[in-house]
Write a protein that binds this ligand. Structure first.
Ligand SMILES: [Zn+2]
Length: 433
């Protein structure tokens, strides 16, 4: 899926990250052997000199067919079958765009206007909280977030997990009404951008990630719906390079035309592999552990970017709140990245925090109280959709689920229900071990 839903350069980077020279040589040797055997086989002559050899050949061929059918469902073919299913689902999601918008137009009520103000949703990338000092890591990788822990307006969540461990599938659920706990059909799931627009918000999508290629993804479809789209990465389509570090998003944000009712989504490059390309040289503070230190440096830079961002928007008179979460984690502690085939829980651990302004708290004391009490609750990031709607006050029964909204007293915090990997793993397995 990662290879299909991206451009050639990123796909090449993905393969390089997962294979060494030895594996590539082995693969090349394998392909050459197949070609060689294929050539040899064209020279084979079959001679039927008796009825016995004819029967023997028929039995041999029949057995081969039986073997092919009986072993057709295996771990190699399942990769292709599952990918084809995912892809079909996603293509359907794109095709159904018009009907989702019509549906929204039909069900949005006159009072579904949400709370006024500017709300910001920041999506981090491949961030593992076990490498963040605010979550107890030994090195001081998040000095700003550490200091914000004592700020009454900041809420740091301790048990957040990703619903999937790759960007596109994780964000597809995080940004739409679809989640692991409902039986909604993905193609009918309205997105946060769609809903905010229907409720009268001005919507902005800012991204420092490579714009996806011709395959397209639900995330691209959702982003393209925004009133204003800013992609800092003009290299889209053909390269892995980001011309800018994430800090550039803040410069761009400064220049957008603001109104008093907005939803701004920011998609960071965050802590994606290759880690060293995610931060400028002055953030090269940690050096002892090779790639892991590079990862720590990228966390240090992310902390700095978030500090700049919150300082800037706090000066805006209509700013009400900011939600930060990562799409998934990164198994950097185990020398792995993030890949469903080699899943370990480090790939699903994510940081999450919510900042609400004193104004917002004054106007919505109950929401703040509920969130404050929920800081130790379990949470998976496919519930971001409902939680952001809870903060913005858009609660239409057709798509909003209070049991999945952290701001609601009805939030279902029962550990046993929480899952990751699109329902293939129970979070309780991680807690109990
Ligand atoms: Zn990701």
């Amino acid at each position: 899926m990662a290879i299909l839903q991206t451009n050639f350069a990123e796909a090449l980077g993905y393969v390089k990250d997962r294979t060494g020279i030895a594996a590539l040589l082995l693969a090349a040797a394998y392909v050459l052997t197949i070609v060689y055997v294929g050539k040899l086989s064209s020279k084979i002559e079959v001679k039927c000199t008796s009825w016995r050899s004819a029967v023997g050949i028929v039995i041999f061929l029949a057995l081969n067919i039986v073997l092919m059918i009986r072993t057709g469902d295996n771990f190699v073919t399942s990769i292709f079958k599952e990918t084809r299913n995912y892809q079909a689902n996603y293509e359907e999601y794109m095709k159904q765009k018009e009907s989702r918008n019509q549906y929204l137009a039909d069900i949005m009520l006159a009072n579904d206007t949400g709370k006024p103000g500017i709300y910001i949703l920041v999506i981090g990338e491949s961030q593992n909280p076990t490498r963040m000092s605010a979550y107890g890591y030994k090195l001081n990788t998040t000095p700003w977030l550490n200091s914000m822990k004592s700020d009454d307006n900041m809420l740091l969540f301790q048990h957040a997990y990703a619903c999937q461990v790759q960007t596109v599938p994780a964000l597809t659920y995080a940004l739409t009404a679809k989640n692991q706990y409902n039986s909604l059909d993905l193609k009918k799931a309205v997105s946060l951008i769609d809903v905010a627009k229907a409720a009268g918000y001005q919507t902005v999508w800012l991204s420092n990630q490579v714009r996806f290629g011709s395959w397209g993804t639900p995330v691209t479809v959702i982003a393209e719906e925004a009133d204003e789209k800013i992609w800092t990465n003009s290299h889209q389509g053909n390269t892995l390079d980001t011309e800018y570090y994430d800090g550039e998003l803040i410069n761009r944000l400064q220049n957008i035309k603001r109104s008093d009712k907005m939803l701004i989504v920011m998609h960071l490059m965050g802590n994606h592999i290759s880690y060293h390309s995610c931060y400028p040289a002055e953030f090269e503070k940690f050096k002892k552990e090779g790639k892991r230190s590079e990862y720590d440096n990228s966390i240090l830079y992310n902390d700095h970017v978030m500090e700049l961002l919150l300082n800037m928007v706090s000066a805006w008179k209509d700013f009400k709140g900011l939600v930060y979460f990562s799409d998934h984690g990164e198994a950097v502690n185990y020398g792995k990245s993030h890949n469903p085939d080699t899943f370990i829980f480090d790939m699903a651990y994510i940081p999450m925090y919510i900042y609400l302004t004193p104004d917002y708290r004054k106007e919505n004391p109950e929401i703040f109280r509920n969130l404050h009490a929920a800081r130790d609750n379990y949470f998976t990031n496919d519930l971001i959709f409902n939680t952001v709607l809870g903060i913005m006050g858009i609660q239409n029964d057709y798509f909003y689920e209070p049991e999945n909204d952290l701001t609601s007293v009805k939030y279902n915090s029962d550990l046993n229900r929480f899952m990751t990997l699109y329902g293939k793993k129970h979070v309780s397995e991680d807690v109990i071990k």
